[in-house]
Structure formats: structure tokens, C-alpha cells
Design a protein around this ligand. Structure first.
Ligand code: B12
Ligand code: SF4
Length: 510
């Protein structure tokens, strides 16, 4: 008989304490599915489980049982340092620790230094293996992963016990996370799912979950975490339509433009889809994803803008995602094209990501590592905007940041904000667009990029770090990391602010 374990599970949605208004309203809505899944599996095995979704407001130490035997932490790379500090703290109290999630998948070698177990693809068998073994693995943790993504996951009804307390923290928008599929049939070279085969999950579980939610809320709001929603479009919509009355649940989904034809949009509208997040990424590549084929430059801008404006006739909220600094970008043109797109498509909210090579997320990252173009920025800043860890191919750093600042200013200028307001129907979409523009995402980012740009000019050591002439971390970043980690800074293990950005290449060649 296995002994009954006291298990703590932490879902790190935030990477630092916060008091921001937007975080209070939205962070609990960003909760991940897998920590809830792990909680269900551990209970099924007979253990005591407490799950906390860290939104930046909780006291993590008080929220968990006093002396947990085992602590699972789910973390994005931006929360890696926070997870390392927490692991250190819980280990000092005798617990065994486990890391899972995007950071564990992207940087397993580094994470193994600070956790007893580091999990890649995780199915119930992997979790049971950890539960059975539950022992210290130090100084280097055990790396365990399933051969592929799990075929099935517990649905909302089974996870409800863990979803409900998290949603209680969200004051008025309450987003329930669901999953209809894993992997993706597309092969965007920078993406973690470019090599993960597409599979849909059980439609019967999905139907049961939607019916269950209608009993819990007058009008539920569901956020699909599928990497690319609607690949099996008709099967998916048939399942929704057969489970619940049309337009009785509000849905949000990430979906590529190529899947969003006009008849499909009409069907999505009929079924309550309120927000879509298509990735456009680049004006020069990844045409399959946006259904623009070989089309490039201004031709692609026109076609994509028309497409997005058409989507806006059916769906009130759209975020269009772009990656800045891709290999084919050169000169002012890509940024000017995006500015034109912003003007021609005023109702869409543009989301910008600075090109980031997340460890071994995608084989493309080997290319950057072989070319010696990956910078060792601490994980704390790898969230697609606080740092770009790939040296741009066709720009100097000051040139690149000048373009980024110019584009960001254009996008969040009062003129663009007003245009967006006018072109967006409904109170909530307008409110979201306004708050996002004037908060840390819009104005905050202009400020932050400006600070980086100033340092590039005035601080020779800062510039040398960017030029890869030194690996000594500029004070700007070490101070910021200390500030962001708050009281947990004291628990960050020695050396844990630094990592080997070439670990993937080394593991691939040994
Ligand atoms: C849905 C999604 C979101 C949603 C939901 C986020 C959430 N809290 O789960 C939203 C829109 C909120 C979001 C936001 C962001 N995202 Co996002 N997102 C995704 C996406 C499309 C799918 C992830 C997913 O849920 N898959 C389904 C799950 C079941 O599968 P999985 O992730 O492969 O997980 C497996 C294992 O890793 C493991 N596992 C996962 N979690 C855990 C937890 C524990 C405890 C354990 C043991 C195991 C485990 O089990 C799973 C089954 O095998 C991925 C891209 C992709 N195509 O995968 C990006 C991705 C995860 N996001 C990414 C990023 C960078 C972000 C943002 C930082 C972007 C930004 N600048 O704001 C924010 C951070 C938000 C936050 N801190 O919570 C990166 C992460 C890279 C990294 N190493 O950190 C990814 C990989 C995209 C990319 N750039 O390639 N995201
Ligand atoms: S369409 Fe989206 S999820 Fe699929 S490979 Fe491309 S970026 Fe990744």
C-alpha cells in the first residue's frame, strides 16, 4: 500500500506579486489546465491535495499545507526563477518537488538542478511513477516524460473542485479553461507544437462539460486552450451544437486565419464565439497559416486586413498576434507594414511578441544556437516582451528597438485607441481594448522599451551584454529580478539567475 501523501500543487500564472487592477480582474482567468488535471489524478490515487493558482495576490507559503510531502509546480519560463525559489523553500522543509509545464519542456537540463523531478509530456502513468517513487533526486533531478501527449484528460466536471476556488478570485469575468485538442497540423518553425501531431480529445467529454457548465452559470464563458482551435472544425462545432442551445455559452479561442472562412465565422457567431486570437506572425513567411500562400509584403497586409475586418463583422473581439525580429525582416518595411495594418484594421487589438528561442521548444532554436545568436537573459524576462534572447539577423540592437518603439507608440497612440474604440462593438470588448492599451501592455511596454533603448545608448556594459561581448548581467536586469521576486528572492538558489542558453545544442550533439 502506498502511504497517503500530502500534496501541494502550484499553478504559477503570475511571476511576481502585483497590485495591478488588470491583474486582479484577469489573472485568475489565465489558470492552466494541467495543474488541475494533476490534482484530479493525485486524488484518484488516494492522496490529500491542495491546489493554489498563484495570481500575484496570494501568500504562497500560507496557501499550501504546512509540511507537504510532495509539491508540483507548473511554470512558464518567465516564472522559472520563482519556481526555483519555491522549490528550494519547500525542499528545506522536507518536501520532494516536481516541475511541469512550458519551462520544464523547454529547459529540462536547467530545471533538473533545482527540482527532484522534471516532467515533459505528462500522462497519468508519469504522475503515478512520481507518486510511487516520491524521493529526493539531488543534485540532479529525474527527467521523466511520456512518449506522446496524453490521449485523454479529465474534463471540467472532474476538475470543477479545483476550478471553482480559482474562479472565485476573478471578480466579474470568469473564464473556464477547456481543451478540445492537442498538437497542431501546421509546422510554424518557431512553435513548440510544430512537431507535435494533432489529436482531438473525446467529444463526449466535451459535450458533458458544456452541459455541466450551463448548470453552473447563467451564461458560462469558456476559454479554449487548444493550440489551434477548430482544426476538425465541423466535428467540433457539431459537438457544441448537439450539447447546448445556440449562443448559450461565450467562447474564446486561438485559431489560425486559414481555418476562419466566412461560413465558418457565421457558424461560430451563431454558437456564441466572442473572441478569436489568430496568429499572423510575419508579412513575409508562414503564409499557410494565414491562407495567404506565397503572398508577401503589402499584398499580404491587404488580404489579411480584409480577412480580419470580415471576421470583425461576426466576432466582436480579435487579437492579431505578430512576432517581431524574424529572420526575413529587414529595414523599416515590416514595421511600417504592421502600422498600415493597424490603421486599416482598427477593430483588432495587435499583440506583439519579441522573437524568443525558448530552449528546446522548437528545432529552429538549434539554428540560432549553432549561429551563436542566443543571449543568456535570465528566464524571468523571457515572456516575449521584457527581453529578446535572439540577436536579430538584420538589425543592430538600437535600430531594432527604435522600430519596436515606433510601432508600439503608433499602436497605442490615442488616435489608434480611439479608432479601436469606434471600430469595436460592445462594452466589454471596448473596455478590454482600452485597459490593455493604457496598462502595462500598451503604455507600460512603450515605457519599458524606452528604458532598454536608453540603456543601450548610455550604459556601455549593458550594450556589451547585448553584443555578447560579456555575460555579466547588467544591473538593470538583476535589480529588476530582485524587485519582481520580492520576498522569494532570498530563496533563489545560488547561481539560479543564470542558465546555459546553449544547453539544447549540447544535449543534441552529445
Ligand atoms: C493556451 C496557451 C496560453 C493561454 C493559457 C495559459 C495557461 N496558463 O495555460 C494564455 C492565452 C493565457 C497564454 C498566455 C501566455 N503564454 Co501561452 N500558450 C498557450 C498554448 C497555445 C497552449 C498551451 C496548452 O495549454 N496546451 C495544452 C497542454 C495540456 O499541453 P502542454 O502545454 O503541451 O502541456 C503538457 C506538458 O507540458 C505537461 N504540463 C503542462 N503543464 C503542467 C503542469 C504541471 C504541474 C505538470 C506536472 C505538467 C504539466 O503536461 C501536458 C500534457 O503532456 C501554448 C503553445 C502551444 N502550442 O503549446 C502557448 C505557450 C505555452 N505560451 C507561451 C507564452 C510565452 C505565453 C505568455 C508569456 C505570452 C505573453 N507574453 O503574455 C503568456 C503567459 C501566461 C501565464 N503566465 O499564464 C509559450 C511558453 C514558452 C515558455 N517556455 O514559457 C508557449 C509555448 C507558446 C510559444 N511561444 O511557443 N498562453
Ligand atoms: S498554427 Fe499556431 S499552434 Fe500551430 S504550429 Fe503554427 S503557431 Fe503553432
Amino acid at each position: 500500500m502506498m502511504r497517503k501523501l500530502r500534496i501541494g500543487i502550484i499553478d504559477l500564472v503570475a511571476k511576481s506579486p502585483t497590485r495591478a487592477m488588470f491583474a486582479r480582474v484577469m489573472n485568475a482567468n489565465l489558470a492552466s489546465i494541467m495543474p488541475q488535471v494533476i490534482a484530479v489524478w493525485c486524488e484518484q490515487e488516494g492522496h490529500d491535495v491542495r491546489l493554489v493558482c498563484y495570481t500575484g495576490f496570494e501568500n504562497l507559503i500560507k496557501a499550501l499545507p504546512d509540511n507537504p510531502d510532495l509539491v508540483f509546480i507548473g511554470a512558464f519560463t518567465e516564472a522559472a526563477q520563482l519556481s526555483y525559489a519555491l522549490s528550494n523553500l519547500f525542499r528545506s522543509r522536507g518536501a520532494v518537488t516536481v516541475l511541469g509545464g512550458p519551462h520544464a519542456r523547454c529547459y529540462p537540463q536547467d530545471a533538473q538542478k533545482y527540482f527532484d523531478y522534471v516532467l515533459g509530456f505528462t500522462d497519468k502513468a508519469v504522475v503515478c511513477e512520481v507518486l510511487q517513487d516520491c524521493s529526493k533526486h539531488r543534485p540532479i533531478g529525474r527527467h521523466i516524460e511520456a512518449a506522446r501527449q496524453p490521449a485523454q484528460l479529465p474534463g471540467v466536471r472532474e476538475r470543477w473542485k479545483f476550478i471553482e476556488p480559482t474562479l472565485r478570485k476573478a471578480p466579474f469575468i470568469k473564464l473556464v479553461p477547456m481543451l478540445g485538442s492537442l498538437g497542431c497540423p501546421y509546422t510554424c518553425s518557431f512553435c513548440i507544437d510544430s512537431v507535435v501531431p494533432y489529436q482531438s480529445l473525446d467529444f463526449d467529454v466535451m459535450k458533458e462539460d458544456l452541459r455541466f457548465l450551463l448548470r453552473k452559470f447563467k451564461r458560462p464563458l469558456v476559454g479554449w486552450h487548444d493550440p489551434n482551435f477548430g482544426v476538425r472544425f465541423n466535428d467540433c462545432m457539431d459537438a457544441i451544437e448537439s450539447a447546448v442551445p445556440p449562443d448559450s455559452i461565450d467562447f474564446i479561442a486561438e485559431s489560425s486565419l486559414s481555418l476562419l472562412s466566412e461560413p465558418r465565422l457565421a457558424r461560430l457567431e451563431r454558437n456564441g464565439f466572442k473572441a478569436l486570437l489568430p496568429g499572423i506572425e510575419s508579412w513575409y513567411e508562414l503564409g499557410d497559416k494565414s491562407k495567404t500562400g506565397q503572398m508577401q509584403g503589402m499584398d499580404k497586409v491587404r488580404q489579411v486586413s480584409e480577412h480580419v475586418n470580415m471576421i470583425l463583422r461576426y466576432i466582436p473581439y480579435i487579437q492579431t498576434n505578430f512576432v517581431l525580429g524574424l529572420e526575413l525582416d529587414e529595414g523599416a518595411e515590416p514595421f511600417e507594414l504592421t502600422k498600415r495594418f493597424v490603421d486599416m484594421t482598427p477593430g483588432a487589438f495587435p499583440g506583439y511578441s519579441l522573437l524568443t528561442a525558448f530552449g528546446q521548444a522548437a528545432p529552429l532554436n538549434l539554428l540560432y544556437q549553432r549561429a551563436n545568436r542566443v543571449l543568456p537573459f535570465p528566464f524571468q524576462f523571457l515572456n516575449n516582451n521584457q527581453a529578446m534572447n535572439v540577436k536579430p539577423k538584420n538589425y543592430s540592437w538600437p535600430q531594432f528597438y527604435d522600430h519596436v518603439i515606433d510601432l508600439t507608440r503608433h499602436t497605442y497612440s490615442w488616435r489608434a485607441i480611439l479608432n479601436r474604440c469606434r471600430a469595436t462593438p460592445g462594452f466589454i470588448p471596448r473596455w478590454m481594448n482600452l485597459v490593455r492599451a493604457v496598462s502595462s501592455e500598451g503604455f507600460g511596454r512603450i515605457n519599458y522599451h524606452n528604458q532598454v533603448r536608453r540603456q543601450l545608448n548610455t550604459d556601455p556594459q549593458f550594450r556589451r551584454y547585448f553584443e555578447q561581448e560579456t555575460t555579466a548581467l547588467p544591473q538593470f536586469y538583476s535589480e529588476l529580478a530582485r524587485k519582481e521576486l520580492g520576498p522569494l528572492w532570498e530563496w533563489l538558489p545560488e547561481g539560479a539567475l543564470h542558465h546555459d542558453p546553449y544547453a539544447y545544442l549540447k544535449s543534441a550533439t552529445t
